[in-house]
Design a protein around this ligand. Sequence first.
Ligand code: ATP
Ligand code: MG
Length: 312
Amino acid sequence: MKYEPRPVLCVGQATLDCVWTAARAPSADEKVRAKDFRMQVGGIAANAAIAIAKLGGRSQLWSRVGSDQTGSIITRELVAANVNADWVQPQSAATSSVSSIVINDDGERSITNFRGEGLYEAMAEFPSNAIADFEVVLADPRWPQGARTAFTRAREANIPTVLDAEVGDTDALRDLIPLAQYVIFSRAGLSALVGESMPHDEALRALYDARHHKCVAVTLGEHGVCWVDSTGFHILPAFNVRAIDTTGAGDVFHGAFADAIAGTMPIREAMHFASACAALKCQARGVQQAVPTAQEVHEFLGANTNNGYENS
Ligand SMILES: Nc1ncnc2c1ncn2[C@@H]1O[C@H](COP(=O)(O)OP(=O)(O)OP(=O)(O)O)[C@@H](O)[C@H]1O
Ligand SMILES: [Mg+2]
């Protein structure tokens, strides 16, 4: 019988992204003509779930949408991307989250995000024994109560947990950090917590707690990723690619990392794999279309064996 890995549970945000490609983003009182327009599912946890599915893994999203047209589109698109959306729950009298993204000629993004309304008011109900169906739990901090519930259950069931420590409610982030085994900040998420001036190694060492954590990391865009684990501080530079759209690179990184951990890959290899997935994603527009297949990642890694891993 073919071995079917259990899915990765992704908990958190799902949005509808309206993406314009234009020479530049408009400034105040200015109209800019777009070259292209697309609508696609976005949101931290949703992008991670889509990335895992595209990499050939299995993923399920636990999220909330409004009982509106946007919510229906989000759910439909997730299913089309092979993500199990059974727990994407429409909330009555809630409004779905929508983002407007302009990508300029340099590949930079300007984002206006409406986080939705009334989505997270109701308590997060999670079937008590359902967590055992999953290999890994990945959560973002946009739905703190959902993340807390899933992480707590995962810990009881000895299931690995990954936190995408993106910028958000700082108290929620502080609350979630000790509940996750693998904490991976974005640069903005880490700065929001410890300030701009603290060196990354110092900040990560201060946050790393061997009682809870397998690693505490920060992704640094084109500068790669660094982390602290039981063996010390490590830096992995990004792969050198021609980036044309970095939208969701961090989300894809986290999804790929969770997928790698689900396959019991060690931390360093998982960071390497996730960096390759995110770099390949940056070479093409969008998320779903741009995430590579596992085969493409392995070919890329085969052709780019050393991207300057450092250890201290
Ligand atoms: N220009 C780039 N070239 C190569 N790799 C990149 C580039 N930008 C991002 N990456 C890869 O993606 C990872 C995550 O990117 P980044 O740190 O920008 O995430 P983020 O700040 O969470 O952004 P978001 O969540 O909005 O995608 C990086 O650690 C790196 O491995
Ligand atoms: Mg991010």
